[in-house]
Design a protein around this ligand. Structure first.
Ligand SMILES: Cc1cc2nc3c(=O)[nH]c(=O)nc-3n(C[C@H](O)[C@H](O)[C@H](O)COP(=O)(O)OP(=O)(O)OC[C@H]3O[C@@H](n4cnc5c(N)ncnc54)[C@H](O)[C@@H]3O)c2cc1C
Length: 456
């Protein structure tokens, strides 16, 4: 179909990543918006959304974000159930691991984060305590809530591959993995079935008179699209589109990396949940290597104390061999228009860091398999690391973005919420704090900025 057929729509959604697709999907399927266009010059789901580790969890230290992701997980479950399992949803949980005994601050965060949910928090501090170990049961059969393991014997039995100095495991149960690509595909199919359209073009400028006029550059040249309302879901280019609408968005983009490789040494058990080592550490180096790294300003940080947050999980089927490792230690924003700042040192760094907890991974230091996949993408985020979903210019423009490292798991709730803002239907309690309006709440902003500085 030619682009001239699409010259006027009710809502134009800019960006066909996880978030934009979900906004368009909920507008068309739940909010009854007749004419929705999704605009992107790239293949859907091919930018940041293609780099996702595709993990989800309802663990957050603040009840607003817990409610937001809980809602998103419920929507994903619904999609998975109604599509006969297209999302490949697993529920092994998230295991948060520390060498600290009885860490009251982490436990207090659990009670705070889950304060407004009905998730039970079960403390296991002696061997006879009834703890259901991780398994690959269908998500429908998995337990909810959180298990706090404070007993060394329970930990050794349930997680024999962890290093022996682990003293506490917080096992978040409403957590696991999905196929975000399948979810995007499913939503696109349903969007098209409702008459929604995908336009291959870059939005270059936006003017406003009685309606929005989007200046598009596509494979067949220039065109203009008129829209009553516009949604900015441009991922790392959120600020560019914001500027086209006359709004300076408070976001930056920070590049984060992962590696995936075939675990031929079977270092990681296939039933192991997505595991995060919460503790900071100093990486081990031979003296000569340490001196060399310390002498170069670009690598000096590798010889200094590193933050916690290394994560590891088995990837794919139970009888598969691939594993994924990540460590979002970079905190320096960069320009998403420049070439990706991929760090050639990263595979070695993450491996060294991860082998502190997963000792079997030491076998790969200095000899990673040749087929190792090293990739990355941008966490587009606000300073407080909460998303921006809601009105943008007070007229008919909206934003759905800044979903940082949680946009696959948060896409459904972000999409459903933004669609509600667009149509003006009743909003959930978490709507206002996730919109730009929160920035006028000084006390909330101070609290969030403080918390974000100490988070993963
Ligand atoms: C390494 C890594 C691991 C991650 N792991 C996880 C995880 O385990 N779980 C999780 O939930 N999340 C994870 N995330 C986060 C998640 O991937 C992102 O939050 C999510 O993909 C963001 O989706 P998006 O739609 O906002 O952005 P994108 O996927 O980047 O989509 C934005 C789209 O907008 C388009 N666009 C931009 N400007 C214009 C324009 N002017 N005109 C038209 N189109 C435009 C772009 O072409 C692009 O296709 C991870 C991210 C990274 C980088």
């Amino acid at each position: 179909m030619s682009e001239s057929a699409f010259q006027s729509v009710d809502v134009a959604v800019i960006g066909a990543g996880s978030v934009g697709i979900a906004v368009a999907y909920y507008l068309a399927t739940e909010e009854g918006v007749g004419s929705v266009a999704l605009i992107d010059p790239l293949d859907p789901m091919s930018l940041t959304s293609a780099q996702s580790g595709e993990n989800y969890r309802n663990w957050w230290p603040h009840p607003v974000m817990t409610a937001f992701t809980d809602h998103s997980i419920t929507l994903m479950e619904d999609l998975d159930q109604r599509s006969g399992g297209r999302l490949n949803m697993t529920r092994g949980g998230y295991a948060l691991v520390t060498r600290r005994r009885n860490p009251q601050d982490l436990i207090a965060d659990l009670y705070r984060g889950y304060a407004q949910s009905d998730a039970p928090i079960r403390i296991h501090d002696h061997i006879s305590s009834r703890y259901a170990p991780p398994c690959r049961a269908p998500w429908q059969d998995a337990p909810g809530g959180v298990d706090v393991l404070l007993d060394a014997a329970i930990i050794r039995k349930a997680f024999p591959s962890y290093a022996q100095d682990v003293a506490t495991v917080l096992h978040i149960r409403r957590a696991g993995s999905i196929s975000a690509q399948q979810m995007g595909q499913l939503m696109l199919e349903r969007l098209r079935a409702q008459g929604g359209r995908l336009i291959r073009a870059r939005v270059q400028a936006i003017a406003r008179d009685a309606r929005y006029r989007l200046d598009l550059e596509g494979p067949h040249g220039h065109s203009t699209l008129a829209a009553d309302r516009v949604v900015n879901a441009a991922g790392p280019y959120l600020q560019d589109v914001g500027r086209m609408l006359g709004v300076d968005l408070p976001v930056s983009s920070v590049f984060q990396q992962k590696i995936a490789f075939e675990d031929r040494e079977a270092a990681i058990p296939r039933d192991m949940p997505f595991t995060i080592d919460l503790d900071g550490q100093a990486l081990y180096w031979e003296d000569e290597d340490r001196a060399l790294l310390a002498s170069d300003p670009a690598t000096r940080h590798l010889t200094e104390p590193m933050p916690g947050g290394i994560h590891c999980r088995p990837d794919g089927a139970r009888d598969g061999k691939w594993i994924k490792l990540g460590w979002a230690y970079n905190q320096t924003a960069s320009d998403p228009h420049a070439p990706d700042p991929i760090d050639a040192q990263f595979p070695d760094t993450v491996l060294r860091g991860a082998s502190r907890l997963h000792r079997g991974l030491m076998a790969y230091i200095g000899r990673l398999p040749r087929g190792v996949h090293h990739y990355g993408g941008y966490y587009t985020m606000t300073e407080e690391n909460w998303p921006l979903i809601g009105p943008l210019d007070g007229q008919g423009a909206f934003v759905a973005g800044a979903l940082s490292g949680y946009g696959s798991m948060g896409a459904c709730a972000a999409g459903a919420l933004c669609a509600r803002w667009v149509t003006g239907r009743p909003l959930p309690d978490f709507a206002a704090p996730l919109s730009l309006a929160r920035r006028t709440d000084g006390a909330l902003m101070a609290e969030l900025t403080r918390a974000a500085k100490g988070s993963l």
